[in-house]
Ligand binder design. Structure first.
Ligand SMILES: [Zn+2]
Length: 146
């Protein structure tokens, strides 16, 4: 199998059996956004303990690319320090599934979960921190992701 075939299989696999799929009861932070062009609609719930993402789940519905990228992203994020999560880039997500050269129309499918994650982290930090200069950058990044 070529790399492209392997990545394709991974995407189909994740879309059928997404990782970290479900809801957290009373999460420390939750955020929702959608991609109306495709119909992707995702919520991310997180618990944050001692500056680490102690738990993360996503729910909603989406196309195969959206579900696969949400799986990969939540897997990358789980257990990480907030500071590390802030630095996750679109390429960190896309490269896991060989999607670096994805067409512009599908980029929104692939990056919706990253956008939701960055907004979720922003809303958490804005509520819990007095120093917000750094935090505002996160919001700007989320707004300009695609
Ligand atoms: Zn989609």
């Amino acid at each position: 199998m070529s790399n492209a075939d392997i990545y394709h299989e991974m995407i189909i696999d994740y879309s059928r059996n997404p990782l970290n799929f479900g809801q957290i009861e009373n999460p420390d932070v939750t955020f929702h956004d959608s991609n109306p062009l495709c119909g992707d609609s995702i919520d991310i719930d997180m618990n944050i303990k001692e500056n680490k993402i102690s738990d993360i789940k996503f729910h909603g519905r989406g196309c195969a690319i959206c579900m696969a990228c949400s799986s990969v992203l939540t897997e990358i994020t789980k257990g990480k320090d907030i500071d590390e999560v802030k630095k996750i880039t679109k390429n960190d997500v896309l490269s896991e599934l060989g999607l670096e050269n994805l067409q512009a129309v599908r980029i929104k499918c692939a990056l919706l979960s990253l956008k939701v994650l960055k907004y979720a982290l922003y809303s958490y930090l804005a509520k819990h921190m007095s120093e917000t200069g750094d935090v505002d950058k996160l919001k700007e990044e989320a707004a300009n992701l695609y």
